[in-house]
Design a binder for this molecule. Structure first.
Ligand SMILES: *[C@@H]1O[C@H](CO)[C@@H](O)[C@H](O)[C@H]1NC(C)=O
Ligand SMILES: *[C@@H]1O[C@H](CO)[C@@H](O)[C@H](O)[C@H]1NC(C)=O
Ligand SMILES: *[C@@H]1O[C@H](CO)[C@@H](O)[C@H](O)[C@H]1NC(C)=O
Ligand SMILES: *[C@@H]1O[C@H](CO)[C@@H](O)[C@H](O)[C@H]1NC(C)=O
Ligand SMILES: *[C@@H]1O[C@H](CO)[C@@H](O)[C@H](O)[C@H]1NC(C)=O
Ligand SMILES: *[C@@H]1O[C@H](CO)[C@@H](O)[C@H](O)[C@H]1NC(C)=O
Ligand SMILES: CC(=O)N[C@H]1CO[C@H](CO)[C@@H](O)[C@@H]1O
Length: 817
């Protein structure tokens, strides 16, 4: 135990020191910073996906979670919306973000790309690149390379001017050029490899004094390090392409991004911990969690069909609240691995089988004093007891035990002792009074209203230049049919399509992330005489991946009007276009813009698609995160005090029949105490009186911990192991339940407590056949009124053993008020 505390002391003493300047280098083991090898834990937090006001606490929570590095992508189209016009204000202030990282004593990694994918519209590329003659993105193509070099150099020189590279005493220890190019390189044939070489040379030539990585690029040219992205890099990564490059994992996916129509992807804390521990056991030296905080895709920044909420399942949720047990379990993992630092970095690694075929030990260190071990059980079903250096260790299925001194189990990836927490929503204000709402009907333009004309169907993205999601396609024609019933048939490769005939809505269709937009077939009634057809084509974000992005097309492709006796094809016809909506052009979502138009009282006009709604609301009291509950709405976009909080699409249901996202984050920093302007653009038939302003908080915490799974009686060094000195002999920790309410709240009631064999987990539980009658009283005594409480899972705590000889569990669910 002494050795253990000594290691802990070393760890505390070795807090990150970034005061002295020095180039960052590397060898086959790890990055070398200030002459020292490092095993680093990093987490992705993207500056524009939260607000500058949130950055300090997000970074502090990441640091408290045991991270050393904050990683961010750099978002070209956010910074250079028009050629040569740069914007680094507010959420775009990358320098302020990196300085905040530095102020908190952490390192930074910037993944400049500048193609970043990242579920960010157009993969981060500014759309104006599309109009550069002869351009082919991400290829050995002069126009692209010229623009790419210009932007990358600009960012690097900004960082240098601010002295932000570690070589200058700053926090940046690593940068990335390109992104997952190896996945698509083959599509560029002979133009691929020279581009990779050029990108690497160009980056290295910028002389940052810190290494560059390329991820998913197994042929990354020296000295650029090839890095792994994925969920299981300990199993899938072929390794560095040179013996003197370290194993780096740039994207450890903590869950998966979500698209409209999908249920959230839940990746368990145990699974992430297993793969991180395995990667480190196999000489990995750098792990980045993608994402550590996902945040919000504000405005129109999300790529095709991606939810406004980004990686809410990350260790810090969309609102920056701890997602437990993920955050806490990974924190314990980091602590355990850091206790192994000396042997991991200086020692020799040997592997040995632990008896059975699926169990293996990775042992680091040259002698028994300086020794750390990772015991791996790769069996997904069996709990096993293994013997390692004369001691017994119990390894749950698919788990790794970390022994920082080759004796004491400091952590097992499958034993979660961190509490679970439940996020709750409280309605603060219902926006249900009719008199507080105004509405403004978006005009449905006809051919006569348009100024942009072509005798063909234009491509959507190249026409809007991404200044709006929307493009109107209009035409007018004389009806000389004698048929009574007509069918309007429209094919489109954009994401959504609304069709209007003579100003009246006739049909709607949309695609999804995986499926094309179906053909719109609507029965229509035509006037005798002139008819006006208006088609609204919409994109829910631009694509962000794949080769030849510049060749992608979207928009209306063919239009036919069919009668019983005649089919009229309008595909090559005289078309009139309007880019964007009138309300967008008038900026009705701003204070000034909204005051310039005439808002009607709610419900004064016939209810139609494409309506702007306006109201004001007060900020909820307190500090808890705020969200709009848009359950009653359909699809559209919402603005608060002139800032777009993102697209919403509540009418797109998952297979289980619920919206993919109902709550839309409104960062506190956007709010004034009173009279906040809320503007909603509703494309469908949503009901704004159903909207409420809600607050989000952790109101329930739950702990679920089992006694050791080691058989209750087991021979150990010739002795029988029985309570109470069992724990001294068994090299493990006595499991403990810990409950912790968020600041400002305390445990007000115990909703459930069972020491015995309760069934289920923190999500849904019930009493089992064995239950101690003291379960509730014992926990109430320890916890009521307290913010934090903890107690060991041990029968003596609960009076008599309710079922001797049976492994028991303690499950406690508590309310925080
Ligand atoms: C640091 O790296 C820069 C750029 O690669 C180089 O010019 C400089 O000589 C290096 N400094 C040291 C102390 O190695
Ligand atoms: C564990 O087993 C799976 C499935 O058999 C295999 O793909 C994986 O490589 C194994 N991992 C280790 C660390 O042995
Ligand atoms: C895109 O639009 C521009 C005009 O803005 C035009 O010059 C160019 O030819 C268009 N490109 C394609 C591929 O249609
Ligand atoms: C609508 O148009 C598409 C494409 O031209 C065609 O494949 C489809 O059969 C048409 N639908 C009807 C009902 O005519
Ligand atoms: C359509 O209008 C023309 C000319 O005004 C008229 O002759 C014809 O009867 C009308 N047809 C119908 C079906 O109303
Ligand atoms: C351990 O205890 C059990 C039951 O108390 C007994 O049957 C067994 O012989 C003991 N084993 C040893 C090695 O003492
Ligand atoms: C599965 C997943 O989240 N993949 C993402 C990894 O990160 C890149 C950003 O660099 C995204 O583009 C991928 O989609």
């Amino acid at each position: 135990m002494g050795r253990f505390l000594f290691l802990l002391g070393l760890l505390l003493a070795a807090a990150v020191d970034i005061s002295s300047a020095g180039n960052v280098t590397y060898d086959g083991r790890s990055l070398i910073i200030d002459g020292q090898h490092k095993i680093l834990f990093s987490g992705s937090i993207h500056y524009p996906r939260s607000t500058p006001q949130m950055w300090p606490s997000l970074i502090a929570k990441a640091k408290a979670g045991g991270l050393d590095v904050i990683e961010t992508l750099v978002f070209w189209n956010l910074h250079e919306p028009q050629p040569g016009q740069f914007d680094f204000s507010g959420r775009r202030d990358i320098v302020r973000f990196i300085k905040e990282i530095q102020a908190q004593g952490l390192y930074a990694c910037i993944r400049i790309g500048p193609f970043i994918e990242g579920e960010w519209s157009y993969g981060g590329l500014p759309f104006w690149l599309h109009d550069i003659p002869g351009i082919v993105y991400r290829s050995d193509n002069e126009p692209f390379k010229y623009q790419m070099q210009k932007f990358v150099s600009k960012i690097v020189s900004m960082m240098k001017t601010e002295k932000l590279y570690a070589s200058q005493g700053g926090p940046i220890i690593l940068s990335q050029i390109e992104n997952e190019y190896g996945m698509i390189e083959a599509a560029f044939r002979e133009k691929g490899p020279p581009y990779v070489r050029w990108a690497a040379e160009m980056a290295v030539g910028l002389q940052t004094g810190v290494p560059w990585v390329m991820c998913k690029q197994n042929d990354a040219p020296d000295p650029v390090i090839n890095a792994c992205n994925g969920r299981r890099c300990g199993e899938t990564f072929p390794g560095p392409n040179s013996p003197n490059k370290p194993a780096i994992w740039t994207e450890n996916w903590t869950s998966f991004y979500q698209v409209y129509g999908d249920e959230p992807d839940i990746r368990s804390a145990e699974d992430i911990a297993f793969h991180v521990a395995l990667f480190i056991a196999k000489k990995g030296s750098y792990v980045n969690y993608y994402m550590y905080h996902g945040g919000t895709n504000f405005g129109r920044t999300a790529s095709a069909y991606i939810l406004t909420s980004y990686y809410d399942q990350a260790p810090l949720d969309e609102y920056g609240l701890f997602r437990q047990p993920k955050w806490g379990h990974l924190k314990e993992l980091h602590t355990a691995i850091k206790l192994c630092m000396d042997p991991l970095l200086s020692g020799v690694c040997s592997t040995m089988a632990l008896g059975q075929s699926q169990q293996q030990a990775f042992v680091y260190g040259v002698n028994s004093v300086d020794c750390a071990a990772f015991l791996v059980n790769n069996d997904t079903r069996k709990n096993v007891v293994v013997t390692f250096q004369d001691s017994l260790y119990e390894l749950p299925p698919k788990s790794i035990s970390i022994l920082p001194d080759c004796k004491t189990e400091a952590f097992n990836t499958a034993k979660v002792s961190t509490q679970y927490s439940t996020r709750a929503v409280e309605t603060s204000q219902k926006l249900d009074s009719i008199e507080k709402w105004g509405e403004y009907k978006e005009a449905i333009p006809t051919f006569e209203d348009t100024s942009l004309r072509e005798n063909m169907l234009l491509e959507h993205m190249n026409t809007t230049k991404d200044i709006s999601d929307y493009l109107w396609y209009t035409f007018s024609f004389q009806n000389d049919f004698s048929d009574a019933e007509y069918l309007l048939n429209v094919t489109s490769s954009a994401h959504v399509l609304h069709a209007f005939v003579n100003g009246a809505f006739v049909g709607y269709t949309h695609g999804s992330f995986k499926t094309k937009t179906p053909i719109l077939e609507s029965k229509v009634t035509l006037n005798n005489g002139t008819n006006h057809i208006s088609l609204l084509s919409g994109m829910v974000g631009l694509p962000d991946s794949g080769p030849y992005l510049e060749r992608r097309v979207a928009g209306v492709r063919s239009v036919m009007v069919k009668g019983e006796h005649e089919i009229k094809d309008f595909t090559s016809y005289s078309w009139g276009y309007q880019v964007g909506l009138l309300g967008e052009k008038l900026q009705v979502y701003t204070d000034i813009g909204s005051s310039k138009i005439q808002w009607n009282t709610y419900g004064s006009s016939t209810h139609q698609r494409l309506t702007w709604y306006k109201t004001v609301f007060d900020a909820p009291a307190g500090k808890e995160p705020v969200a709009l509950n848009l359950e009653s709405m359909g699809k559209g976009e919402a603005w608060v005090n002139g800032q777009s909080i993102g697209r919403y699409w509540v009418s797109f249901l998952t297979q289980k029949g619920s919206p993919s996202q109902t709550w839309y984050s409104v960062p506190r920093s956007l709010l004034k105490p009173t009279d906040n302007l809320l503007i909603i653009l509703e494309e469908e038939n949503g009901y704004p009186l159903g909207i409420s302003i809600d607050t989000i908080s952790i109101t329930k915490v739950c702990g679920h911990v089992s006694e050791s799974h080691l058989p209750p009686v087991i021979s150990w060094r010739g002795q029988n192991k029985t309570e109470p000195n069992y724990n001294k002999k068994h090299h493990g920790r006595r499991p403990k339940v810990q409950l912790r309410c968020p600041p400002g709240r305390s445990i007000s009631s115990i909703l459930f407590s069972s020491y015995g064999t309760p069934t289920g987990d923190c999500g849904s539980y019930a009493l089992g056949s064995c239950h101690s009658s003291h379960s509730l009283a014992t926990v109430e005594e320890a916890c009521l009124g307290k913010r934090i409480c903890s107690f060991p899972v041990w029968s003596q705590k609960f009076g008599d053993d309710p079922c001797p000889g049976i492994l028991k569990t303690l499950l406690v669910d508590a309310q925080c008020t």
